[in-house]
Design a binder for this molecule. Structure first.
Ligand code: GLY
Length: 365
């Protein structure tokens, strides 16, 4: 059980991502943003840092983070990029390089990504490529980036031909999570982030799944006693998977549970209409249904997943596009090898596997 400090904050917990000499800690707590500076200074050894953030998050949290970094003796710069997935582009990346040069960032400098997955991906790739790589820290402020995007070193920008086509595996030296920053996150975004937590339970940990069944409402209302252990477990699962398979050659593919159909839905509906986590929720229900139909999972698996997704207030049914729209969405899944896709199926809640299927087998008539 999480221990409350006198201030009402929950004590910080630490999870390690084990990658040899590139190992790093994930620090998770509530009300801990003001303590981030000294930890970032220690993890990066940097003498100056640039905070990369988006307008809303920057307005709320950048000044506090800056104060904390300055108290640790660091020189601090800030760049604000527009919000939204379309910010992950080559033009914004070039703007970051220009700003880094103007600030005089050198190899002893570090980039601190303050925000959600978009900021983390863009700033992370800038950190990976500027001067062939400078220090990098993630300070995620959405549930989705806390449990998924900020851990594991995937950084990228989009090209007009597709998402995440240019990027690098570049691990941060610290992930600093203060769940109090979630207070400003709209309810819809909180629920969407929960989809990735549900995914972690569904593919890896039946106990986390049961905990979510009991505590979803308290977690969504950001009660730290419910939320910290849940996020801590989801982060630990991601850390464990990345430690086993950094480059997505094996077990990391399981993290794509629900994502094959989700990508097709996002592509067809547009990234503004549907949040990533909402599309993942629909994709997971579909994948669980197919897991039952194909004989991998016992009856009732889909229903349990559906109930939990419903409890989080997430959508369950795929939009009624014609089959050919789904088939063409599946064709461009960049995780596919030849004409088959490594589709993630459930054996039961807490255990997943991949199976090679054609788009027609995934989405039968
Ligand atoms: N978001 C899935 C992964 O990091 O592999």
């Amino acid at each position: 059980m999480a221990v409350r400090k006198a201030s009402g904050a929950v004590k910080r917990r630490k999870i390690r991502v084990d990658l040899g000499d590139r190992s790093y800690p994930i620090q998770i707590g509530s009300g801990t943003l003001d303590e981030a500076g000294p930890a970032i200074a220690k993890a990066t050894g940097a003498s100056q840092v640039v905070i990369v953030t988006v307008p809303e998050v920057g307005k709320r949290y950048a000044a506090r983070l800056t104060r904390s970094l300055k108290s640790a003796g660091l020189k601090v710069h800030r760049v604000v990029v527009p919000d939204g997935d379309s910010t992950k582009n080559l033009r914004e990346l070039a703007r970051l390089y220009d700003a880094f040069l103007e600030f005089g960032l050198d190899r002893s400098s570090a980039v601190v990504a303050l925000g959600g997955g978009v900021v983390g991906d863009l700033a992370g790739f800038a950190a990976a490529s500027y001067l062939r790589g400078i220090g990098f820290v993630q300070v995620p402020t959405t549930i989705l980036s806390m449990v998924d995007a900020s851990i594991g070193g995937k950084t990228a920008v989009n090209l007009k031909q597709g998402k995440n086509l240019v990027g690098a595996f570049y691990q941060p030296s610290l992930v600093w999570i203060d769940i109090a920053t979630l207070r400003s996150l709209p309810a819809r975004q909180r629920a969407a982030g929960m989809a990735e937590v549900i995914k972690a339970g569904a593919i890896w940990d039946a106990r986390l799944f049961s905990k979510l069944e009991k505590n979803m409402k308290a977690a969504l209302s950001l009660d730290p006693v419910a939320l910290v252990p849940i996020l801590q477990r989801a982060c630990a699962i991601k850390a464990q998977i990345v430690s086993q398979d950094e480059r997505e050659a094996g077990v990391r593919i399981l993290l794509n549970f629900g994502h094959t159909l989700a990508h097709a839905v996002e592509k067809k509906l547009g990234y503004r209409k549907v949040l990533h986590g909402e599309a993942v929720a629909m994709g997971m229900v579909f994948a669980a249904k197919r897991s039952e139909e194909l004989g991998f999972a016992p009856d009732g698996t889909r229903e349990r997943l559906e109930n939990l997704i419903n409890l989080a207030g997430l959508p369950m049914a795929l939009p009624c596009f014609p089959r050919r729209a789904y088939l063409s969405g599946l064709q461009v899944d960049k995780k596919k090898t030849d004409k088959h896709i490594r589709f993630v199926v459930l054996h039961k809640i807490g255990k997943a596997d991949t199976v090679r299927l054609t788009p027609e087998e995934i989405y039968p008539a």
